[in-house]
Design a protein around this ligand. Structure first.
Ligand code: FMN
Length: 197
């Protein structure tokens, strides 16, 4: 089962990456074949809203997103991980998501959603925020809404989310009582075999 994972944090070795690596370990322990992309290291330009994907069904901006588009197209499982920055996903994550407007055009303008593959397409969202969330959880809600729209656009029909608040200092997630274990278990569950409906 092909899995791709996006690390949306620019802080290498930070909380998002630690959490993601636990989920990736779970995927591998359950037989998944996973590739991780550190979005901050890629050459990704922000969406220009040039409208070419509406016309042609493809993004015409030539950068590392060409590879990411191919990877998204052929993945059975997709993991997005991001820190909360100003009450939403990081800019690195948002740039990648916005560039998937080409998939939106493919699905809704050209009526050709990404095929579900052999196992159906499923997702996992990992979020880490430094602030103690109040009952409104605004940061997590905003990030969830963005990534949910992304997942549905690329035809990931269902996903689970793990969100950890009050995790701020680099590496603080290691002190969380359940965080790493939960991420590992979600990684394992993500590749439990399912056949597309
Ligand atoms: C630019 C910036 C904006 C941030 N905004 C928020 C925020 O709105 N809410 C929050 O809970 N934490 C916020 N944080 C804290 C980070 O989410 C927190 O430090 C997180 O653990 C970083 O994860 P990382 O180590 O993977 O980069 C912000 C941090 C930065 C650098």
């Amino acid at each position: 089962m092909k899995v791709i994972a996006f690390n949306g944090s620019p802080r290498r070795g930070g909380n998002t990456e630690i959490l993601l690596s636990e989920a990736v370990r779970g995927v591998k322990d359950n037989g998944g074949d996973v590739t991780t992309y550190n979005l901050d290291s890629l050459n990704l330009r922000a969406c220009l809203n040039c409208g070419k994907c509406d016309d042609e069904g493809l993004c015409v901006v030539k950068d590392d997103m060409q590879t990411i588009h191919q990877e998204i197209r052929s993945a059975d499982r997709i993991i997005v991980s991001s820190p909360i920055f100003f009450f939403s996903v990081s800019a690195q994550t948002k740039i990648m998501i916005d560039r998937c407007q080409a998939f939106w055009a493919e699905k809704y303008v050209h009526k050709k959603p990404v095929p579900p593959g052999m196992f159906g397409r499923k997702g996992l969202l990992l979020l880490v925020g430094g602030m103690k969330q109040n009952e409104k959880n605004v940061g997590f809600q905003c990030a969830e809404a963005t990534v949910r729209a992304f997942f549905r656009t690329i035809n990931v029909q269902e996903h689970h989310t793990l969100a950890f608040d009050a995790v701020d200092k680099k590496g603080a997630i290691k002190d969380h009582s359940t965080g790493l274990q939960e991420a590992y278990e979600e990684g394992k569950k993500l590749v439990a075999r399912n056949v597309a409906a």
